[in-house]
Design a protein around this ligand. Structure first.
Ligand code: NDP
Ligand code: PYC
Length: 343
């Protein structure tokens, strides 16, 4: 088996084996069983969906964050009922995942009651893909939007110095009998995790992802990680990145990406701060007209597909089906690094 792995340079794991690998590394390094399980489930889901930048690779960063004292190993969250349509949950320095899980039932109750509601996750360490926060809402028939700042790695359009985070925005729309329409995108040209994976694989970056520390365009991953990343779509992505800084930073009483990076003290830990999630209940907007209007959404998706456009999320759900049947392929070097963490 070892020889076969060395020739292929990858390891095939069932989803259960992938979870186990992540869980062992996290638990043995000091995370509580609950935290380790939540993180292991999240990164296994990322790997399963072909979202490698937020798959098992993240275990390395989670353990590094714990060793640097930048994430709580076992904190339990507390809920704060701020207003009829606003809920806050304080993660007390742990990852966002369990805080979100704890807040979800009360958040959904507020959305159903008010038609629209917002959830702020505060004081959380955030390493994960946002579609995982959207799907529990679309599964309940809700329309949802989520965003979070990260670390100051991205230069605003027209600048040369890192200021914004990679600041993802995710949106989900529920569909009857079909996977939801979900887009989930960094407001940088690519997620930082994607650039880190290019560096690990010694692969050049596509043009337009970043600049080196002299402000010159670069396709060298290590130079861009030292320099600055670029926003997608020039000034438009830059404006959206600024919006995320504001609504998932100061508006919810939490950090900007610049503050998060300063807090990091060059330990290479995951970003620390807040996440904002807004959800809407079509039932409360539309009442008896709901079905007729939701049918119009299907016309829109069909019209997109008729032109050959791919529906965001489609690739992920296909990858999910494939991984559930055939497991996931992990680069051998990554597999060995995670195994070494478990010893
Ligand atoms: P991508 O650029 O790979 O994809 C962004 C979105 O566009 C996805 O919804 C994807 O759908 C869709 N898409 C991609 N190609 C096409 C196409 N040709 N036609 C139609 N739709 C398409 O992702 P990013 O690199 O921007 O982000 C990756 C992940 O990183 C996200 O999950 C994000 O949440 C996470 N992230 C997390 C951060 C954090 O602070 N926690 C910070 C930054 C990023 P599909 O999935 O189906 O391919
Ligand atoms: O890939 O940009 C990223 C990222 C930041 C925090 C988690 N993922």
């Amino acid at each position: 088996l070892k020889e076969e792995m060395a020739v292929k340079n990858t390891v095939n794991l069932t989803l259960q084996e992938a979870w186990q690998l992540a869980y062992q590394a996290l638990y043995r390094n000091g995370f509580s069983a609950r935290q380790a399980d939540a993180v292991a489930k999240n990164v296994t889901a990322g790997e399963r969906d072909g979202c490698h930048s937020h798959g098992l690779y993240r275990v390395l960063g989670c353990v590094r964050s714990l060793q640097a004292g930048k994430v709580a190993a076992d904190a339990e969250s507390t809920l704060i009922d701020s207003a009829p349509a606003v809920l806050r949950v304080d993660a007390h320095g742990a990852f966002s995942l369990l805080a979100y899980q704890a807040a979800l039932p009360e958040f959904v109750a507020k959305v159903r009651h008010c038609g629209i509601a917002a959830l702020a996750i505060n004081h959380c360490v955030h390493f994960s893909a946002l579609w995982a926060d959207i799907e529990p809402l679309t599964e309940q028939g809700l329309v949802a939007l989520a965003c979070t700042p990260s670390h100051a790695w991205v230069t605003p359009a027209g600048g040369t110095q890192p200021l914004f985070g990679t600041n993802p925005i995710a949106f989900g729309w529920p569909r009857q009998g079909k996977p939801p329409f979900v887009f989930d995108m960094a407001t940088s040209a690519a997620a930082r995790g994607e650039i880190e994976l290019h560096r690990r694989a010694n692969k050049p970056l596509p043009e337009g992802w970043g600049i080196d520390s002299h402000g010159k365009p670069s396709t060298d991953a290590a130079s861009v990680l030292q320099g600055a990343m670029l926003t997608f779509g020039g000034h438009k992505g830059s404006a959206l990145a600024a919006m995320v800084e504001l609504i998932a930073g100061p508006l919810i009483g939490d950090m900007t990406s610049k503050e998060s990076l300063a807090y990091d003290q060059q330990t290479g830990s995951s970003p620390y701060g807040g996440e904002l999630i807004i959800a809407m209940d079509p039932e409360r907007f539309l009442g008896a007209d709901k079905e007729a209007y939701l049918a119009k959404a299907e016309v829109l998706f069909n019209d997109m597909a008729a032109q050959g456009a791919r529906i965001p999320g489609e690739r992920r759900f296909k990858a999910r089906q494939h991984s559930e049947q055939f497991g996931v392929e992990l680069p051998l070097t990554l597999y060995e690094e995670i195994v070494a963490l478990s010893q």
